[in-house]
Design a protein around this ligand. Sequence first.
Ligand SMILES: [Zn+2]
Length: 212
Amino acid sequence: MSGKKSDASSLKLVGGRLCLDFMNTVGYRGCIDLGEYFNNYQDLVAWSRHAGTISHREAKTLSLKAAKYPAKAQYALSRAIELREIIYSIFSAVAEDKPPAKKDLGVFNNYLSRTMTLSRIIQTKNGLFWDSNGDKANLDWIINPIVRSAADLMVSEELQKIKKCADPICGWLFLDISRNQSRRWCDMKDCGNRAKASRFYQKKQLSRLVNS
Ligand SMILES: [Zn+2]
């Protein structure tokens, strides 16, 4: 987890799946003052390029279009954020061994219907891939790979391996593919080390009290 409120392209991709990394574009989910990384459409473009869901050329086209149509860009951003929060709510419930809310699945299914209408499989020199060419005139096709990733994960066996970071302030989600399912932190270097430092401090305080 990181608390920096800008530069979505510097975010760590530690979720293990595209849709999980997308949900982890908010820092400090356990606090009232969330660390929002998607403050404008360009942040969404920057993150998508960073995560590899769009090409350099697509990023450029989307950025130019967003600058030309700011209201459409704002709408596409609001849809991306709504999608992110819906799938966070679904996967968060799963991580806590609870059933996802029917309402959330209903909203997600609306996104899925639209995405699948606009998606197709194309052949490239590297093989067969999803493509969102159905509606590239629109600015919100950028979320289609996220919707497909979330739908794939929801019906896969990996669903059982989704965990929430043990730091309640963080709230990031990740896929625990460790051999003994022992991963506790989104990032050992970040939340893990902070917890370690906190435990060390508490131990020190306790030994001071005992020895005083
Ligand atoms: Zn964390």
